[in-house]
Design a protein around this ligand. Structure first.
Ligand code: 9MR
Length: 745
C-alpha cells in the first residue's frame, strides 16, 4: 500500500495480454522463479533505480543512497512485470548489506502501477552482510507485480548492496507454530480478590487433574481439581477449566500449577485495573491529529503536530473533496487518527467517542461508578487543570473534529457529514503523521456518518452542560441539524469500493444509526418527536445483542444501553432495561459454554476483524446488566470476560500492550513502529490489539496463519493489519471495561 513511482514504462496492453497467457499453476506444480536476473552477474537489467547512484560491484547491485529524504520510497531499486497468482505461496529472499549498519530496507512485493498496492513487505534492519527470506501468499492475480527495495527516509547518505533476489512461486505455505508457553492459561494481569477466578488448562487428559495455586514465595495456598471440558471449538484444543474463586486473598506473583505446567504470573488485586482504566483512556492523546504531542506528558511519545500544513504535510485546514464530490474546502483539522493509519472517519469516530463518553456517563449513574477516577487531572493532558473531567477534554478533541465534518449551510446535502477524510493513496510504514506528504481528501457525505455525528453530539450536549454551556448548545444544534439532514437523505451509503488510501467503513443499513441518534437526542432533550421515533423504530424491540456485538456498523445496542442506563421518562423504559438484561443472559450463556470463558461465540467460529473489542463490548452489555440489576452473576461474567483479553486464551497472550508477562506490542501503526524503526516507540501501555480475525485479509497473516482455527488467527506483528491493528473504537471498549472492573472493589 505504498506508492512507488517507478516503471516509467506503461505496458498496460502488453501486460493485459500477459495476464491471459499465464500458465495455470496447479497445487504441487513446480516451483517457479519470478525474478529475472536476481544475481547481477553481468548486468543490472531489467532492474530500475530511482534517486540512487547504482552500479554493479563484485556481482552485486550497489546503490549510493542520498541523505535527506523523508519516505522509504523516495529512493529505491526494483523490477517490474512480475507475475503473481492469487493463492499461490511465494518465498521472497535476498541478500543485502547496509553501510553504515543500522539502516533499514523496505522490501516490497506489490503492484507496479497506481495505486501501488502492497501485497507483502518486510523491513529488516541491515548489517554489513545478511540474508533474508519470507513466505507469503499472493492476494491477487497480476502480471504487473513489482519487487522493490525502498531505501529512502534517511537523514544521512548510506550504501545499499543487493544480491540473490528471488521470488519463488509454488512453495509450500510456511507452517507457523506460535510459542504459546505454559499450558495453564490465566489472566496474566489480575483477578479481583472478591471476583471469579478461572483458568483454562490445555491437556489431552480425559479425567480431572489436580491443581495448586502458589503465592510468590512458592507456597501452595489453595488446591483443587480441574473440570474436563472436551474439545474446545474456538481453539481446536482439548481443555479443562479450573475455578479457584474460593481463594480471596490479595497479593502479587501468584502462579497456577497443573498437569506439570506452571502458569504465567498474576496478581490478585484491583491496582492494575485502576492503572488500566487510565492508560486505556490516555491512549487517545497520542492519537491526536493537529497538535504536537508533549513529551513531558507522554515520555517517549512526543512528536510534531500532524497535518497542520507544515511541509511535507498538506494539512487538514483546507481540505478539498474527491473530484466531483463538492467544490468547497473544509477545515477538518484535529480529531484522532483512526488507527495505525492517518485517516479520520466519522462513523468510527462517532462510536469511539460515544463509548469513551459513556465510560464517564456510566460512572454518573451506576451504583459502583466513580466519576472522579477520570476527572480533571487524571489523564495528564494539556487541558488537565481546566476543571473539566479529563475524559471529557479528550472526547472534546474528537467532537470538535466531527462537527467540522458537517456540510455547511447553503451547500448540497447541508447538515450531513462527510464520511471520512484521508490520504489519496495508502502510505507505507513507518510514517510519522507530520511526515505524510499525501494529498488529503473529503469523501462523500453519508447517512450513517451523519447519524453517528448526531448521536455523539447529542450525548455530548448533556455531558458538557455543567462545564461548557456554549459548547453543549453548539453540539446540540449540530446534532439536530444532522438529524434533519439524515431524515431528508435516509439512504445515502458509503461506496464499499472507496478504500484506496483509507478504509471504506461502508454500511448500507442506517436503521440502527437512526435509532441510536434518536435515542441520544431524546435522552438529551426529552422531546416527544425523538421518543416517538424510538418507539416506532423496528430496532427498538429487535434483539440487537447479536454474537458479534455492537461496533461502528451495528450501533443499535449503543442506543439501547443508554436508554436503559441514562435516566429518562421514556414510556416502556422497564422493557428496555429488561431487554438489556436478556441480552446479557445470552452473552453469559455463551461465556459459560466457552472453556476459555469469553462471552463470544461467533457463528461458524468465524472471528471478526477487531474480535478482542467485540469480546469487550459483549462484556459491556453484561456489565450494564449488573449496573441495572445489581445481580452478582452479571458482575462476575463481566469480570471473567476480561480474563480472556488479558491472557486466558489459546495463544496465552494479553492483547493489551504493557499488561501481562507476554502481551501484544507490535500493533500495526505508522508511528508506534518500533518494530520497523528502533528510534520509534512501541504502542503506549494500554493499547488494545484487534485480535484474532478468521478472514486474515493481510498477506503477512496469510503467509503464516493459513487454515487457522478461531483464536489462532492472530499474530503480533506490525505487518498484520487485519489481526493486529490498534483503533480508537477498540480502545474505547477497553477503557469502558477497565473502568467497570476498577470500580468493583
Ligand atoms: O474495524 C474495521 C473493521 O470492522 C472492518 O471490517 C475493516 C474493513 O473495512 O476495517 C476496519 O477498520 C479499519 C479502517 O478501515 C481503516 N483504519 C484502520 C481500521 C482498523 O483496522
Amino acid at each position: 500500500m505504498n506508492r512507488r513511482r517507478t516503471a516509467l514504462l506503461s505496458l498496460a496492453a502488453l501486460l493485459g495480454a500477459a495476464l491471459t497467457a499465464l500458465p495455470a499453476q496447479q497445487a504441487g506444480a513446480d516451483e517457479t522463479e519470478q525474478v529475472r536476473n536476481g544475481t547481477f552477474d553481468t548486468t543490472a537489467d531489467p532492474w530500475w533505480t530511482s534517486n540512487v547512484t547504482a552500479g554493479l560491484t563484485d556481482g552485486r547491485l550497489c546503490a549510493d543512497v542520498p541523505g535527506g529524504t523523508v519516505n522509504r520510497w523516495d529512493s529505491a531499486v526494483g523490477q517490474n512485470d512480475i507475475t503473481l497468482l492469487k493463492g499461490t505461496t511465494y518465498r521472497f529472499s535476498f541478500s543485502a548489506s547496509g553501510v553504515p549498519e543500522g539502516h533499514v530496507v523496505r522490501a516490497v512485493v506489490g503492484l507496479g502501477a497506481a495505486p501501488y498496492d502492497t501485497w507483502y513487505e518486510a523491513t529488516p534492519v541491515l548489517s554489513p552482510s545478511g540474508s533474508y527470506a519470507y513466505t507469503f501468499t499472493a492476494p491477487v492475480d497480476s502480471a504487473q507485480g513489482q519487487v522493490a527495495f525502498q531505501v529512502g527516509g534517511s537523514a544521512d547518505p548510506w550504501r545499499f548492496c543487493l544480491d540473490d533476489v528471488s521470488l519463488l512461486g509454488g512453495v509450500p505455505p510456511e507452517v507457523y507454530e506460535p510459542d504459546t508457553g505454559p499450558r495453564v492459561r490465566v489472566n496474566q494481569v489480575a483477578y479481583l480478590p472478591g471476583g471469579p477466578k478461572n483458568a483454562t488448562l490445555v491437556t489431552d487428559a480425559a479425567g480431572r487433574l489436580p491443581w495448586r495455586l502458589r503465592n510468590a514465595a512458592g507456597t501452595t495456598v489453595a488446591k483443587g481439581w480441574s473440570v474436563p471440558r472436551g474439545l474446545d471449538a474456538s481453539s481446536g484444543q482439548r481443555v479443562h477449566s479450573i475455578d479457584f474463586g474460593a481463594f480471596r486473598k490479595g497479593g502479587t506473583g501468584f502462579t497456577l500449577v497443573a498437569d506439570g505446567e506452571t502458569s504465567r504470573p498474576f496478581d490478585i488485586g484491583t491496582a492494575a485495573y485502576r492503572r488500566l482504566r487510565v492508560d486505556a483512556a490516555k491512549y487517545y492523546y497520542t492519537q491526536r491529529s493537529g497538535i504536537a504531542i508533549r513529551d513531558d506528558l507522554r515520555p517517549g511519545y512526543g512528536r510534531a503536530a500532524g497535518h497542520v500544513g507544515v511541509a511535507p504535510n498538506q494539512g487538514d485546514a483546507s481540505v478539498p473533496c474527491r473530484p466531483g464530490v463538492c467544490d468547497y474546502t473544509l477545515d477538518v483539522s484535529g480529531g484522532w487518527y483512526d488507527a495505525g493509519d492517518h485517516g479520520k472517519y466519522v462513523v468510527n469516530g462517532g462510536i469511539a467517542v460515544w463509548e469513551l463518553m459513556s465510560t464517564y456517563e456510566r460512572s454518573l449513574h451506576a451504583r459502583t461508578g466513580h466519576p472522579a477516577a477520570l476527572g480533571d487531572g487524571t489523564l495528564a493532558l494539556p487541558e488537565s487543570g481546566n476543571r473539566t473531567p479529563d475524559i471529557l477534554d479528550e472526547a472534546r478533541w474528537e467532537l470538535d473534529f466531527l462537527l467540522r465534518m458537517q456540510v455547511p449551510a447553503g451547500q448540497p446535502l447541508a447538515g450531513m457529514a462527510h464520511h471520512k477524510v484521508h490520504d489519496e493513496q495508502w502510505t507505507g510504514l513507518p510514517l510519522l503523521p507530520d511526515d505524510d506528504p499525501q494529498k488529503r481528501e473529503l469523501h462523500p457525505p453519508t447517512t450513517t456518518a451523519t447519524l453517528n455525528l448526531a448521536a455523539a453530539a447529542a450525548q455530548a450536549a448533556r455531558l458538557y452542560k455543567p462545564y461548557d454551556k456554549a459548547f453543549a448548545a453548539k453540539a446540540l444544534k449540530a446534532a439536530r441539524t444532522a438529524w434533519t439532514a439524515a431524515v431528508a437523505h435516509p439512504k445515502v451509503y458509503a461506496d464499499p469500493a472507496d478504500a484506496t488510501g483509507g478504509g471504506a467503513y461502508n454500511d448500507d443499513d442506517a436503521t440502527d444509526e437512526f435509532y441510536w441518534a434518536a435515542a441520544e437526542l431524546y435522552l438529551t432533550t426529552g422531546e416527544k418527536q425523538y421518543a416517538d421515533f424510538v418507539a416506532g423504530s423496528p430496532v427498538h424491540t429487535a434483539d440487537v445483542f447479536v454474537p458479534y456485538g455492537f461496533d461502528w456498523s451495528r450501533t443499535a445496542a449503543a442506543g439501547r444501553l443508554d436508554l436503559a442506563l441514562v435516566p429518562s421518562k421514556l414510556p416502556g423504559r422497564d422493557k428496555v432495561r429488561r431487554s438489556v438484561v436478556r441480552g446479557a443472559d445470552t452473552y453469559l450463556a455463551a461465556l459459560a459454554a466457552q472453556p476459555y470463558g469469553m462471552p463470544y461465540a461467533p457463528d461458524g467460529n468465524r472471528y471478526d476483524w477487531g474480535s478482542s473489542h467485540q469480546v469487550l463490548n459483549n462484556a459491556v452489555v453484561i456489565a450494564t446488566a449488573y449496573d441495572l440489576t445489581g445481580a452478582s452473576k452479571y458482575r462476575d461474567g463481566a469480570l471473567e470476560s476480561m480474563d480472556y483479553v488479558l491472557g486466558r486464551n489459546a495463544l496465552n497472550i494479553s492483547y493489551v500492550t504493557g499488561y501481562g508477562e507476554v502481551n501484544s506490542h507490535r500493533q500495526h501503526s505508522r508511528w508506534y513502529a518500533h518494530q520497523l524503526d528502533p528510534s520509534l516507540p512501541d504502542p503506549p501501555a494500554g493499547t488494545l490489539a484487534g485480535g484474532p480475525n478468521s478472514s486474515i485479509q493481510d498477506p503477512f497473516a496469510q503467509g503464516k496463519l493459513q487454515g487457522c482455527v478461531g483464536q489462532f488467527c492472530y499474530i503480533d506483528d506490525i505487518q498484520s493489519w487485519s489481526t493486529n491493528e490498534t483503533a480508537i473504537n477498540w480502545n474505547a471498549a477497553l477503557a469502558r471495561m477497565a473502568s467497570f472492573v476498577a470500580d468493583q472493589q
